[in-house]
Design a protein around this ligand. Structure first.
Ligand SMILES: NC(=O)c1ccc[n+]([C@@H]2O[C@H](COP(=O)([O-])OP(=O)(O)OC[C@H]3O[C@@H](n4cnc5c(N)ncnc54)[C@H](O)[C@@H]3O)[C@@H](O)[C@H]2O)c1
Length: 400
């Protein structure tokens, strides 16, 4: 149980380095993510982004210029742009020593101990004790590198680094209410049933549609719901994972409103339209997950159901307007809970900063909810789903 201390807002500057000047850091039309906005709200005038590291220097310079035109100018007016972490390490002044790094570069550049893909280790070496926030997924290298990612996890935890991974849905008030109901009633989860249907028309990044770049939609995106399933179901027996897919070149897999030119992507590199998986949790419970690339428009359609003896907890629309339907023993009608204005992106940043500053406003909500090691396990599950679906696709092709 964390220690209870009263909240004292700091007055000193909070130096932070952003790695990556892309959508997750500065927002886009694709969704509500935008870390810089949450940092500004959490820290106000204390926020000092001392460096923005991105090889796309023009992009970095242009997002900073936009910030400097607004009332949050003081956080960015002295931000220096560097192409690499090395350049920053060589040039950082004592005054700009960072307290924390936010890593929002593409996962292909992190999560290993190989040069150029080892930013976590490089940061810990140059700035021991500095806190890390790492975006999901922790990596996207080949599955043969999964053990390497777990080694990074061990180095992070052995060093005592305050580290949080961006599985923000864990921080939703609805998700915490589900946890509370399970704890209060001493429930044992019997099954998790998750559906993630994205609005593909809104996804305009060619990398996302290219397996060799993003590792495919389960590892890149479905990972949020695989992680949430694990949050309720516990550890997965990875050897039990089975899956099927609907591929891009099957009749039912045709999509009419792609925002990218898929013909520019090699056929073997194109992503499946549907992936459906089941598995056993170590507890004996059964997990079930389906990822669908079928909807147009903008909003995703996502639901997670968790069942236990007498109970159904159904989380609907967690990205847009979360609603929790609860059915309990003694009444067949569901209670409906709505959570207007809940911002899990703010909560995950807020909790991480409070942990760095050792401020615990509310012990119940002040825990970092996804460690690097936990995130590695979600990564491992998503790879197992992808590989199981590819195995069943290949065996179907071989037998036809
Ligand atoms: N939690 C969420 O809901 C959520 C939402 C969006 C993105 N993400 C995650 O955030 C990460 C980044 O995604 P994005 O949408 O911002 O991508 P993006 O393509 O918009 O931006 C990535 C940026 O990183 C830069 N970059 C490339 N190599 C780099 C390196 N070695 N060091 C530093 N910067 C480098 C690129 O030039 C680019 O500006 C991914 O892991 C993605 O899955 C999470």
């Amino acid at each position: 149980m964390p220690r209870r201390v009263s909240h004292i807002s700091g007055t000193d500057n909070f130096n932070v380095v952003f790695v990556g000047a892309g959508n997750i850091m500065f927002g886009s039309d694709e969704g509500p993510w935008n870390h810089s906005f949450r940092f500004e709200h959490k820290l106000g005038p204390r926020l000092k982004v001392v460096a923005l590291i991105d090889p796309a220097v023009d992009r970095a310079t242009s997002v900073l210029a936009k910030k400097c035109e607004t009332f949050v100018r003081s956080a960015y007016e002295n931000t220096r742009v560097f192409r690499t972490l090395d350049d920053f390490v060589k040039n950082v002044s004592k005054k700009d020593t960072p307290r924390a790094f936010v890593i929002g570069s593409p996962p292909m550049f992190r999560g290993t101990n190989q040069s150029g893909r080892d930013i976590e280790l490089q940061i810990m070496k140059a700035f021991p004790g500095v806190a890390l926030f790492v975006e999901k997924p922790v990596a996207t290298g080949p599955s043969s590198e999964i053990e390497e990612v777990f080694k990074i996890a061990k180095t992070i935890s052995d060093s005592g680094t305050v580290c949080s991974v961006g599985y923000m849905l864990r921080y939703l008030k609805a998700v915490q209410m589900m946890k509370q109901i399970i704890d209060d009633n001493h429930l044992t989860v019997m099954t998790t049933i998750a559906r993630y249907a994205c609005a593909y028309e809104a996804i305009a990044k060619p990398d996302w549609w290219t397996k060799s770049k993003s590792a495919g939609p389960i590892i890149e995106q479905g990972t949020h719901f695989c992680d949430l399933s694990r949050y309720f179901g516990g550890e997965v027996d990875i050897s039990s994972v089975v899956a099927h897919s609907l591929e891009w070149n099957e009749n039912a897999g045709h999509l009419s409103k792609l925002s990218i030119d898929e013909t520019a992507i090699a056929p073997e590199d194109r992503i499946p339209r549907v992936t459906s998986a089941t598995w056993k949790y170590e507890s004996g419970a059964v997990g079930n997950f389906i990822h669908v690339v079928a909807l147009q428009g903008h909003d995703y359609s996502c639901e997670l159901e968790v069942y236990a003896d007498g109970y159904q907890l159904k989380l609907v629309n967690p990205y847009v307007q979360p609603v929790l339907y609860v059915r309990k023993p003694g009444n067949d009608h569901e209670q409906v809970h709505r959570f207007p204005d809940d911002d899990p992106f703010f909560s995950e940043i807020s909790v991480w900063i409070d942990n760095i500053e050792d401020i615990e406003e509310d012990p119940e909500t002040s825990q970092i909810l996804c460690t690097y090691e936990d995130a590695c396990r979600s990564y491992q599950l998503t790879w197992a789903i992808r590989e199981a679906s590819e195995r069943s696709r290949d065996s179907r092709l071989n037998s036809s």
